[in-house]
Design a protein around this ligand. Structure first.
Ligand code: PMP
Ligand code: GLN
Length: 419
């Protein structure tokens, strides 16, 4: 294979999703809702599918995005960023957020360019940066011992600044944050903005969980900070917004000059994304617009989704606490990190040496939990790149709570074995 492919080992998703299926485990690993998709969303797609003659629904559409979808996104994000987001120039529709991220790195990173990645981090950033010839430079968030909330994951900004070199071209900020569930504060985002300005960095703002935020907290989109739209590539995901992760539709939003090279790659790689899903997402956003901005109880994004998430988050937190897994309460997203150090009936290999294998302790634990106890979760070290973190004997896992009640109840029966 080409050198850029690098390490060919399977990602955590490839390994654990297969292991969960093979073990018939209760799956609180990969982040997707396993209950029914929202009815208003599937109804829209149903209506579209009933019109085979509708060319705008079933044939190739505009390469950079269906006109109706980019129009809608422009309306939403102009409101959010308080900057005019041009539908035809500033938005590119992609195959999920993964694809938008991939384009962002391919379009802007040259061989040897450095990209700051705040860790723990969604695991595809590192490989994608390396595919582009870049060098990911991790900056670790610190967590106080016995921390109770994800707000306590903190960036040391002095350290972050020290990691910026002549070669640093970009910084990736994932807010709300996967895996921790942290929601970055205005002051934290302003500190990042200051550094971006000082060192002339491009900011990739992965905001796929922008609507999965606790009601009393403020989601601050990075591009809405003064002067930041100009240097930010914002990434979103319709799969996440409307709880239909299998639709795999995402976007990159940035000013024309920043987005142009992403479009050049897209026009020769995918050219255009699936038309019926784009039209359906456009209609779902149109349906939601008045409800969301009027804060109506009928709004899925302003009301129903955050409510559902809050109920499930509380349920998982209680289940974990009973099982002596110490949870770190998230502020956003649909994941919770928990420490299993005090849980009972866990074999010692998970807590101590690496004798049996070079794999991190929490990965050995998650494999065991999946195979032997039939519960799939994700080891926290999957979100770190450095050998020190991989071998830190972490005893933390990431657990997805956006699952139907029955799945959570089944998980509870398993977790109770550790109480
Ligand atoms: N970024 C983050 C932080 C994610 O958690 C995910 C997973 N949904 C993605 C990007 C990729 O999203 P998509 O499924 O739209 O490709
Ligand atoms: N973003 C989701 C998660 O973190 C899904 C990951 C994936 O599809 N590879 O679980």
């Amino acid at each position: 294979p080409a050198e850029r492919v690098g390490d060919q080992s399977p990602s955590i998703w490839v390994e654990l999703t297969a292991l969960a299926a093979e073990s018939r485990a209760v799956n609180l690993g990969q982040g997707f809702p396993d209950g029914p998709a929202p009815k208003f969303v599937t109804e829209i797609l149903k209506k579209i599918s009933k019109k085979p003659g509708l060319v705008e629904a079933h044939q190739y559409t505009r390469g950079f995005g269906h006109p109706k979808l980019v129009e809608m996104l422009s309306k939403w994000y102009t409101t959010f960023y308080k900057v005019n987001v041009n539908a035809l120039e500033d938005i590119l529709i992609t195959v999920g957020a993964y694809h938008a991220l991939y384009y962002a790195f391919q379009a802007w990173i040259n061989k040897g360019d450095e990209v700051i990645v705040i860790e723990p981090a969604f695991d595809c950033y590192g490989p994608q940066i390396r595919f582009a010839g870049g060098i990911p430079v991790p900056v670790l968030m610190q967590l106080r011992e016995r921390a109770e909330t994800a707000a306590e994951f903190k960036i040391n900004f002095t350290e972050l600044e020290e990691k910026i070199s002549e070669k640093t071209k970009m910084i990736v900020i994932n807010n709300p944050h996967n895996p921790t569930g942290k929601l970055f504060t205005l002051s934290e985002l302003e500190s990042i903005a200051e550094l971006a300005k000082k060192y002339n960095l491009i900011v990739v703002a992965d905001e796929v969980y922008e609507f999965h935020v606790e009601k009393h907290l403020d989601m601050i989109r990075f591009a809405s900070l003064p002067g930041m739209f100009e240097r930010t590539i914002s990434i979103g995901s319709a799969g996440k917004v409307f709880s239909v992760t299998g639709w795999k539709l995402g976007w990159a939003i940035a000013p024309k000059n920043l987005l142009a090279p992403l479009k050049t790659i897209h026009q020769n790689c995918a050219y255009t994304c699936s038309t019926p899903t784009q039209l359906a997402v456009a209609k779902a956003f149109a349906y939601e617009f008045p409800k969301y901005f009027n804060n109506s109880k009928k709004s899925y994004l302003a009301y129903k989704l955050p409510k559902e998430i809050a109920v499930k988050r509380a349920k998982l937190a209680e289940m974990l606490a009973t099982a002596q897994f110490s949870p770190i309460m998230p502020e956003a997203g649909f994941f919770m990190v928990a420490d299993y150090t005090n849980a009972k009936n866990i074999p010692i290999f998970t807590k101590s040496s690496q004798k049996e294998s070079d794999d991190p302790a929490d990965l050995l634990f998650t494999r065991w939990l999946c195979r032997e106890k039939k519960l799939a979760v994700i080891p926290l070290t999957a979100f770190f790149s450095t050998p020190e973190m991989k071998h830190s004997n972490s005893s933390m896992v990431r657990i997805c709570f956006f699952k139907k009640g029955e799945t959570l109840d089944n998980a509870k029966k398993i977790l109770d074995m550790f109480a």
